[in-house]
Design a protein around this ligand. Structure first.
Ligand code: RIB
Ligand code: CA
Length: 315
């Protein structure tokens, strides 16, 4: 396998459920010269699929990247009754920015078929994939074509919690709770996976000094990101005792851009799928060498410095 030259951007597929924090994640990914977003697949999650797939196209257009194909994937979880999170993202799913109908239509082809097509055509271990919503699309793709796991060299997911065990129930984080069976299929596929869980995202929040600093930057992208983060903070504060919004999904792309600002430990993650109060819980077993990597800490100042550097370069 010919290694990418150092300067070559990392080809990336992003599966997401925009969602305010997914939108900020997409902005960062589309701004970074280190990343080359090849395709986006949308999944039902924070809001219904009709909105998550529209919101992803909206962000691509606002970032001047209507060329990035956005495919609609699964409209509901594998087995459980669908759950959504409008309380934290607004009815549009992208509170904080004006809604418009994107010029670029949805790309043809179901998101699951697109994942299978792209991964089946790829060289072994050559692909980097981010999941920042319920894992339904990749799980369905793995059931239909298990061999695609061999093409994923690095899977980066925002999912779960251990020390901070839940944000939607005392034991479950939303992305896993919204489709625990899909998460179990993905974690059981033995793919090299870096897990950005609540353990780390709860330590990196859009606190006022950081948001003020970001909001003072010139340019429309900085304005848009500040508006999204402010809207997310307002909704988070309403439901979570005045706390500011964790940088959940942005942590996946910042990890790929600057892994050195994070700490990790090797592990194997499993998911509780039996009904009961622990439904959707992630269990983390330490191992010598993976296949999973649990992110335990981040340098929050460095995290926001990465984002500000990208925004300044766009001004
Ligand atoms: O628990 C946080 C996760 O759930 C984030 O991905 C957020 O967008 C919601 O989907
Ligand atoms: Ca999300």
């Amino acid at each position: 396998m010919t290694a990418l030259p150092k300067s070559a951007p990392l080809p990336l597929i992003i599966d997401c459920d925009p969602g305010i924090d997914d939108a900020v994640m997409l902005m960062i990914a589309l701004m970074s010269p280190k990343l080359d977003v090849q395709a986006i697949t949308a999944v039902a999650g924070n809001v219904p699929l009709r909105l998550t797939s529209r919101n992803a196209r909206m962000i691509c257009e606002r970032m001047g990247r209507p060329d990035v194909p956005v495919h609609a994937g699964c409209p509901r979880p594998m087995l459980r009754k669908p759950v959504t999170a409008e309380d934290f993202h607004g009815m549009s799913g992208i509170e904080g920015i004006e809604i418009f109908e994107p010029k670029a239509p949805l790309a043809p082809g179901h998101g699951v078929s697109e994942l299978i097509a792209r991964l089946s055509a790829a060289r072994p271990a050559s692909q980097t994939v981010i999941l920042s919503g319920p894992m339904t699309n990749l799980a369905a793709a793995l059931v239909m074509a298990p061999e695609i796991a061999n093409s994923i060299g690095h899977l980066v997911v925002m999912a779960g919690g251990d020390r901070i065990s839940g944000n939607v129930t005392p034991f479950a984080e939303f992305n896993v709770f919204a489709d625990p069976h899909a998460a179990a299929i993905v974690f059981d596929a033995n793919i090299r996976t870096t897990v950005l869980s609540l353990d780390v995202t709860h330590t990196v929040r859009a606190e006022a000094p950081r948001l003020d600093s970001l909001g003072k930057l010139p340019g429309t992208d900085a304005r848009m990101m500040a508006d999204l983060l402010a809207a997310g903070n307002k909704l988070e504060a309403r439901w979570k005792n005045g706390q500011m919004a964790p940088m959940h999904d942005p942590s996946t792309v910042v990890y790929l851009i600057a892994p050195e600002i994070f700490q990790t430990r090797p592990c194997r993650v499993s998911v509780v799928t039996r009904p009961g109060d622990q439904f959707g819980r992630t269990k983390v077993k330490d191992t010598r060498s993976g296949p999973h990597s649990w992110v335990t800490a981040a340098d929050a100042d460095a995290f926001f410095a990465v984002i500000e550097t990208l925004l300044k370069a766009r001004a």
